[in-house]
Design a protein around this ligand. Structure first.
Ligand SMILES: *Cc1c(COP(=O)(O)O)cnc(C)c1O
Length: 392
């Protein structure tokens, strides 16, 4: 692991760009050319073999904005290297398919992102990988499952949409004792609020579509870890083709310049909104790790520097109350994403768990009256006023 010498706020603005800014340009160029010409066979072959750096064909060797983005995320996560993908799901599925073989065993929590849950329930078993899904916050259940053998331990904390928190340090140690790679989806926390590699994880995955990009205008994914592991993923990307488009790489890179600043406002607004919702008579329950009565609040406080921008709440009136309330919101937007500067509301059946049947959602303990709120960076007084009139 490289030790960053600059502080995270500075890394968010600067890390990774310098080698890709010709003549001290203040932004990385977006290069659309997918190949470059070579003057002779020897220098061309050197690049093709990987013996010299340089562009070859943009599925094999990424463009400047993508390389800068990879270097920046590696710096922010304290990783040796990072590999960017075309979406968060591309990063997740590529990691699983690159590292696992038929007969391998995976242990994960039940509360992973809907797309990841689908891979665990359907895709991996189809390829002969055995998956055991444990109660997400029960470290004892994970230990028991890993005692049966484990090649890859998959974590996600906090979870979507119930905001459960996993003990990353403890589970990573148990995973390593079982001989497993420890992989974690850090999308909700971002490296500003949580650095899982320092807590023992081997690979950190992100949907860069969310807080990293931050403006709901670019899709991407990224995996950060050791050179050896990320090289395997890079090779998988070369062959399987889920490479990041250069314009999206540029937008995500630009979004990350304000990541630290945005996360401070997301953290503060989400806490204020969580406290306000908790006191509202129409709200049965609020899920936010920053609330003192969250079941894993102390754990969250010990492994996170901020509790993030996402919360969920359950209306006492169930799904009927959700159907009545959502259309009444005027400022808050009903949309199937999170991590944007705009405050967004979503329901599991159309967002995180759109891939699951209603029976599966009930089995996962996701209540019908649940609303997920990705709290943006607006003035929280305006957010509260809009929710107050919608709930009245
Ligand atoms: C959105 C999301 C993903 C998937 O990312 P995409 O960029 O939409 O493919 C994975 N994990 C979490 C926690 C997410 O919120």
């Amino acid at each position: 692991m490289t030790r960053p010498t600059l502080h995270p706020d500075t890394l968010a603005v600067r890390a990774g760009e310098d080698p890709f800014r010709p003549h001290d340009a203040l932004a990385v160029p977006v290069e659309f050319a997918i190949a470059h010409g070579y003057p002779d066979v020897a220098s061309w072959e050197q690049v093709a073999r990987g013996d010299a750096p340089g562009p070859l064909y943009s599925r094999n060797t990424a463009q400047p904005a993508t390389l800068a983005l990879e270097a920046r995320l590696a710096a922010l996560e304290g990783a040796e290297a990072a590999v960017a993908f075309s979406s968060g799901m591309a990063a997740i599925s590529s990691t699983l398919m690159a590292l696992l073989r038929p007969g391998a065993r995976v242990v994960a929590g039940k509360d992973t992102y809907g797309g990841s849950h689908y891979l665990f329930q359907h895709t991996l078993p189809h390829w002969g990988v055995q998956v055991t899904l444990c109660d997400t916050t029960d470290a004892g259940a994970f230990a028991a499952a890993m005692a049966q053998g484990c090649d890859l331990l998959y974590l996600e904390s906090p979870t979507n949409p119930m905001l459960k928190v996993q003990d990353i340090h403890r589970l990573a140690a148990a995973g390593h004792a079982a001989g497993a790679w420890v992989v974690i989806d850090n999308t909700f926390a971002t490296p500003v609020n949580q650095q899982p590699l320092a807590l023992g994880a081997d690979l950190v995955l992100h949907s860069a579509t969310k807080f990293l990009g931050g403006h709901a205008d670019a899709m991407g994914g990224i995996a950060c870890g050791s050179r050896a592991l990320t090289d395997q993923l890079r090779h998988y990307r070369e062959i399987h083709g889920a490479c990041l488009d250069p314009m999206s790489a540029f937008l995500i890179l630009r979004g990350i310049k304000t990541l630290a600043l945005r996360m401070r406002q997301h953290n503060a607004n989400a806490l204020a909104l969580a406290q306000w919702l908790q006191a509202h008579p129409a709200v049965a329950r609020v899920n936010y790790p920053g609330l003192p009565d969250h079941p894993q609040h102390a754990l969250a406080a010990s492994q996170m520097q901020g509790f993030g921008g996402v919360l969920s709440f359950e209306l006492a009136g169930g799904f009927a109350a959700v159907q009545a309330m959502l259309p009444r919101c005027q400022l808050l937007i009903r949309a199937a994403t999170l991590g944007s500067v705009d405050t967004l509301l979503g329901i599991p059946s159309t967002t995180s768990h759109v891939e699951c049947s209603e029976a599966e959602r009930v089995a996962l303990g996701i209540p019908g009256g649940l609303v997920r709120c990705s709290v943006g960076i607006e003035d929280v007084r305006d957010l509260i006023a809009d929710l107050a009139q919608a709930l009245a």
